[in-house]
Design a protein around this ligand. Structure first.
Ligand code: EPZ
Length: 417
């Protein structure tokens, strides 16, 4: 179990480069299974979730190696069509491998992805869609036995909710299917566009209408490609929060400003000066942040659920009361009780949290409750007066490359213990 020891209340300033997006690269790594040739994925972040995806790929017969920030996955046909429970449980998003495995092998055996840290995370939408494409799904003691005819068949799929993972699984299953698949009410997150970009670079035929409808015409084969992953928009927001709570000044480089349209105005409401170019954001924070009226998480292009926890951390030290409404996940306020250990004043009722800003937080022993909650605890620790010991930091390493070193370069006092 990793720990960070943070001496808070140090102003952060300087420049930080934003690495590639975890939630873009994970489905891309599943998509690699659809190509027989090798692929080179540039701007690939060094994260424990990426290692978990590499382990799944290695089990399925695709070895990979790093060349700096590029991950090269060797070519070859899949050697296995199961994903062992241990590998499935390492990472919740392992479910997105199902669409690719069933497409290549016509059979797949996987366990349900582990845990429920954000509340129940069902996969009914994934399975219903795959069934429409000709997959027979049998549940057997926590395992899913899936099979189909030689090829999947294209289908028209109306998703009841724009689930990110379900949209990705359908896209993966549809690329080499017979005929066209149309997804109505699919997710519109930038990571979906990036997955389509990668698959098209490999020879797939995917188009996305301005209203978000996704068309995938099945092709015989996909080839290899070189592809750069988009910058991580949630990592960008997290560093903005780190700087905002320390009255800091930061230049964020290699960002995609287009992906952050729902988030930048929030920092302005909080009293920060925000100047954006195409791929940089400059943020200058005031001595004391102001509360935000109400943040409601929504599917993209709304405010992202993954940014809720870091923004709540910033609201803890703002003047006034900020309201957060979590519409995507049932149980995504676990971080609030850790913030309270540092002196935050928060009332949680169901999916709503009222944060009454305090003039300063104090150091405490706290733990990371999940990936974004963990990063948010770190934001509070940077703001707090005194020493904070943050434990269970492996959650953070799932999605943030080298965060302690990067924060230290910006002036934070943070040590691994
Ligand atoms: C993706 O999770 C992200 N993970 C999450 O990021 C992110 O919070 C989430 O999308 C929403 O933006 C990856 O991309 C790897 P969903 P996913 O399917 O695909 C319900 C992070 O911190 N639902 O859009 O699991 C579900 O329970 C992570 O980086 C069903 O009911 O999200 C949830 O309430 C955490 N049935 C809502 O939809 C289903 O079959 C959104 O889930 C599928 C989902």
């Amino acid at each position: 179990m990793g720990k960070y020891i943070v001496e808070g209340n140090n102003r952060l300033s300087g420049e930080v480069d934003i690495h590639g997006a975890k939630n873009a690269v994970l489905p891309i790594l599943a998509a690699v299974l659809l190509c027989d040739d090798s692929v080179r994925i540039g701007n690939c972040p060094h994260l424990s979730d990426v290692e978990a995806a590499r382990n799944i790929l290695a089990h399925l017969g695709r070895s990979s190696h790093w060349e700096g920030s590029s991950l090269i996955v060797d070519g070859g046909a899949p050697q296995m069509c199961d994903i062992p429970e241990k590998l499935m449980r390492e990472m919740r998003s392992s479910i997105v491998f199902l669409g690719a495995v069933i497409s290549r092998c016509s059979t797949a055996r996987i366990s349900f992805p582990g845990g429920c840290e954000l509340g129940p995370r069902p996969i009914d939408l994934h399975l219903e869609a795959l069934e429409k494409m000709g997959v027979k799904v049998v549940e057997d003691n926590g395992f899913l036995e899936c099979s189909c005819e030689k090829k999947l068949k294209g289908a028209v799929i109306n998703l009841a909710f724009p689930s990110v993972g379900a949209t990705e699984n359908i896209m993966l299953a549809a690329c080499r299917a017979d005929g066209e698949t149309v997804i109505h009410n699919g997710a519109r997150e930038p990571e979906i566009e990036d997955l389509a970009g990668f698959l098209n670079a490999c020879g797939a035929d995917i188009s996305i209408e301005p209203n978000g409808t996704i068309h995938i015409k099945g092709v015989e084969k996909l080839h290899g490609a070189e592809y750069d992953v988009i910058p991580d928009r949630i990592v960008t927001v997290t560093y903005m929060c780190c700087s905002a709570v320390t009255a800091g000044e930061l230049l964020l480089k290699s960002v995609n400003v287009r992906h952050l349209q729902s988030v930048m105005p929030i920092f302005e409401q909080m009293g920060c000066i925000v100047k954006a170019n195409e791929d940089t954001i400059y943020l200058q924070a005031p001595q004391r942040l102001k509360a935000v009226k109400c943040i409601q998480t929504m599917p993209y292009p709304g405010f992202p659920t993954d940014a809720q926890a870091p923004l709540m951390a910033a609201a803890c030290v703002a003047s006034g009361t900020s309201i957060f409404i979590e519409n995507i996940f049932e149980n995504r306020f676990k971080h609030a009780s850790e913030f309270k250990r540092m002196g935050a004043e928060i009332e949680v009722q169901g999916r709503t949290a009222a944060v009454h800003g305090v003039s300063h937080l104090h150091g405490a022993n706290v733990k990371c409750t999940d990936l974004r909650g963990g990063a948010a605890v770190l934001v509070c620790a940077l703001a707090a007066h005194g020493t904070t010991v943050v434990s269970e930091t492996e959650h953070i390493l799932r999605g943030y490359e080298d965060i302690d070193r990067r924060l230290a370069l910006l002036g934070a006092s943070i040590k691994k213990a």
